[in-house]
Design a protein around this ligand. Sequence first.
Ligand code: PLP
Length: 401
Amino acid sequence: MTLFPVVDDCLTIGGVVVTELARRIGRTPFYAYDAAVMAGRVRELRAALPPGIELHYAMKANPMPEVVRHLARLVDGLDVASARELEIALAAGANPAGVSFAGPGKTGAELAAALAAGIVVNLESAREMERLAALATAAGTRPRVAVRVNPDFELKSSGMKMGGGPKQFGVDAERVPELLSLIGALPLDFQGFHIFSGSQNLDAGSIMEAQEKTIELALRLAVDAPAPVRLINIGGGFGIPYFPGEKRLDVATVGANLARLVAPVRDRLPLAKVVIELGRYLVGEAGVYVCRVIDRKVSRGRVFLVTDGGLNHHLAASGNFGQVIRKNYPVVVGNRVRGAAREVVSVVGPLCTPLDLLADNMELAHAGEGDLIAVFQSGAYGLTASPTAFLSHPAPAEVLL
Ligand SMILES: *Cc1c(COP(=O)(O)O)cnc(C)c1O
């Protein structure tokens, strides 16, 4: 399951043996991200997607500034979800023309920052449109906007649905024509549509179906557009395998099908660029979370490895970030991957809650005090999706290798 070579039974990350990495960083726990793995994902996608499809990075998956700087050079744009992410994107040298800002509840300060930066604002409601237009009038500018559409369909077999039915995201598809006529009368430079239906999907068939419906919907809505459509952001939703039995998403099939799907866009909306926005797929597999065993104890026959890391650093691996049934992330003893003897243990953190679990009844190499535990698939929704203030332990370090 891992993209990280094992040398002399020791895990390496970015070519550095994990024990040496811990020594260099000077403390545990830490997140280590492999830049080459991220670049490999981008390369693989470019090869699979038809020419002309733009690839954006959705920064909330991993907003570490070095990661964003690395990816900003490899992708065509960045999608931000807050004023702070926008700052990080601009500091990373991203071209504002390729930056878009989605998310409900943008504050006045956030809209003003977006206006000043000249990025595309994905409008989430009619009221947000009015507030941005008022700021634009006051500033004498004409910001570029796209309408985020809450589609009239759902992304099937998706980890997290973000469109279809009543949602806080976007404008309901049936109400978009009315909004488009209003945009035409306001100081807003209409670019197109943003239609994001869900996340963490491993099924090529479901993604292809959602993409087909997304493009149909965009073509339908384009009839009422107040200006030529220049942008169709069809979302992403590409998942990564986390658990035993999960298979990699077949991006080659998705890409080949997309070539067919975008043909009518090229015909009917020749100025429109088609964008795919991905977070997890670009960074998730590139990250490893490493913590150290502080204590090894046996309770009524069950072995617990108590570490200095836990759900306060890595909520997702503890199973408390959107999992319905808790499953173990892939975990190994980093400095003894195979080991001489193996045993079934639970890896826990130092918090006073039984939820603080990194591996539950998992077979690992026999380990004890001082050994390093490595959690794979930790490059997305790791540190910044975790309640780091809970119990007031120090935050983990982060390195890009
Ligand atoms: C979170 C989010 C993404 C990224 O989702 P991933 O599952 O990480 O690819 C993309 N677009 C929007 C609008 C999002 O909110």
